[in-house]
Design a protein around this ligand. Structure first.
Ligand code: NAD
Length: 437
């Protein structure tokens, strides 16, 4: 067995700080409170339900993940957040209409106590919405400092000795990395002169990293995918990961595409369309925000199918993704996929998927796993990009120059091997020759 990584114990309270208290956030917080009271089960959460095999298949050692590595228990979480609307978590959950009102009413007390702090907001980055609960400052550095003060106040008020921040705010308009993003110094100078290329999500992320609070990005925004943030994360020894939760249609894609490639089946076309009626759908109606989403959604197939290695199977793949805002459906999204594949001698076949899913029900357990694992990584002294958490994202962050791994089964193996490595257990390679000696 290898040496164990030294992991600080999960003593005391872990504060979860969330910019954006909409459907995903309120479903996440209400879910944790429901599980704590025995009103529901944490379905979809690897940290709560998953197991991990250790050693040889003959050893019969398969503990639960939460018993194998020292994760914070649900009883020790405290929640806080920011939003441009003044709704507390109970009102936000009621408005989102994801969970049944009878359940929410049983959780009214803890949920009503979570009131959003004033947001850092810029209408040029999210054009479809506007709200009153917004910070004022003479420049972006002042706003970043105000967020840092919020974080300190929250930690003190709630008696937290550790914090994690996870962006569950709206998808921002598509921006490429600019000159102001190239170093920490350029970024700080840009904050002082309110450079328009610095987005609100980057102001929150900067505030978190400055205070050594690990940061996860649940939306496809550029946020931490810039040299300045990577440098700051490494300098301050903070764990970061992103981006864009892999929940519905893209999750399905990363299940199926590795299967086609494994069997050397060709794919000629993949047309994906969605209708959804929540606020996220409304924001994504804006072409600027949709473009940000489209980038992470489209990148997945190219990376998995590797047309440069298999031109006869995937060179001409036509891939399109559409999202339509359709209010009657609310959070209960419908995603259709038409997949044109071909087999032996090029004979064509078709697959149709109609996924009647629930966006926030799929996202909430991912938020839980991410905050618990990020806190674990931070306590284990792991800094910078946490590629082992790619499992949760449509557009996994990787070291510069390294292509992301999108195959969900490789991602899961990487995640579990990272946990084994932390605890000094043998990594599992699936070679298994020893069983036949
Ligand atoms: N399955 C999923 O639900 C899923 C999957 C992948 C990614 N996401 C992303 O997660 C995010 C949240 O999704 P949702 O369904 O909860 O959306 P939502 O619209 O219900 O909630 C987002 C909230 O963020 C707030 N907000 C926007 N800008 C802000 C800012 N600068 N500071 C503070 N608050 C701000 C909005 O007012 C809103 O209340 C979206 O970006 C979405 O694209 C969701």
């Amino acid at each position: 067995m290898a040496k164990e990584v030294s992991i600080a114990p999960a003593h005391g309270k872990l504060g979860i700080l969330i910019p954006g208290m909409g459907a995903v956030t309120s479903t996440f917080i209400a879910g944790v409170e429901a599980v704590k009271r025995g009103l529901g089960a944490p379905i979809g959460s690897l940290t709560q339900l998953g197991t991990i095999r250790l050693g040889k298949r003959t050893e019969g050692r398969t503990p639960k993940i939460k018993e194998f590595v020292p994760l914070t228990s649900l009883e020790c979480l405290a929640f806080g957040g920011w939003d441009i609307y003044e709704d507390n978590a109970y009102e936000a959950a009621t408005r989102a209409k994801v969970l049944e009102q009878t359940l929410l009413d049983q959780l009214k007390e803890p949920l009503s106590a979570i009131r959003p702090m004033k947001a850092v907001f810029d209408h040029d980055y999210v054009r479809k919405i506007d709200g009153p609960n917004v910070k004022q400052g003479s420049n972006k550095m002042e706003l970043a400092e105000a967020v840092m003060q919020d974080i300190r106040d929250f930690a003190q008020k709630n008696g937290c000795n550790r914090l994690v921040m996870i962006w569950c705010g709206s998808t921002e308009v598509f921006h490429k990395s600019a000159a102001v993003h190239q170093s920490v110094e350029a970024f700080e100078e840009g904050l002082r002169r309110s450079d328009p290329e610095i987005s609100p999500s980057q102001i929150y992320a900067y505030a978190a990293l400055k205070l050594r609070v690990p940061f996860a990005n649940g939306a496809p925004n550029l946020t931490t995918d810039i040299p300045a943030m990577l440098e700051l994360a490494r300098r301050n020894e903070v764990a970061i990961c992103g981006k864009d939760f892999k929940t519905g249609q893209t999750y399905m894609k990363t299940l199926l595409a590795p299967g086609f490639k494994a069997r050397m089946l060709g794919v000629q076309g993949w047309f994906s369309t969605n209708i959804l009626g929540n606020r996220d759908g409304e924001v994504l109606e804006d072409p600027g925000s949709f473009k940000t989403k489209e980038e992470t959604k489209l990148s997945v197939l190219q990376q998995i199918l590797q047309p440069e290695l298999y031109p006869e199977l995937y060179k001409d793949l036509y891939h399109a993704v559409r999202i339509n805002y359709y209010p009657p459906r609310g959070d209960a999204k419908e995603g259709w996929d038409n997949i044109d594949i071909f087999g032996w001698l090029g004979y064509p076949m078709q697959i149709k998927i109609d996924f009647l899913c629930r966006d926030s029900i799929l996202a909430a357990p991912l938020v839980l796993d991410l905050v618990l694992f990020l806190d674990l990584a931070q306590r284990a002294g792991m800094k910078g990009i946490q590629e082992w958490l790619s499992f949760y994202f449509k557009g996994p962050m990787t070291a510069p120059g390294l292509y992301p791994e999108h195959d969900i089964f490789i991602q899961l193996m990487k995640l579990k091997n990272t946990l084994r490595w932390m605890k000094g257990e043998d990594l599992i390679t699936h070679l298994g020759l020893e069983y036949y000696d």
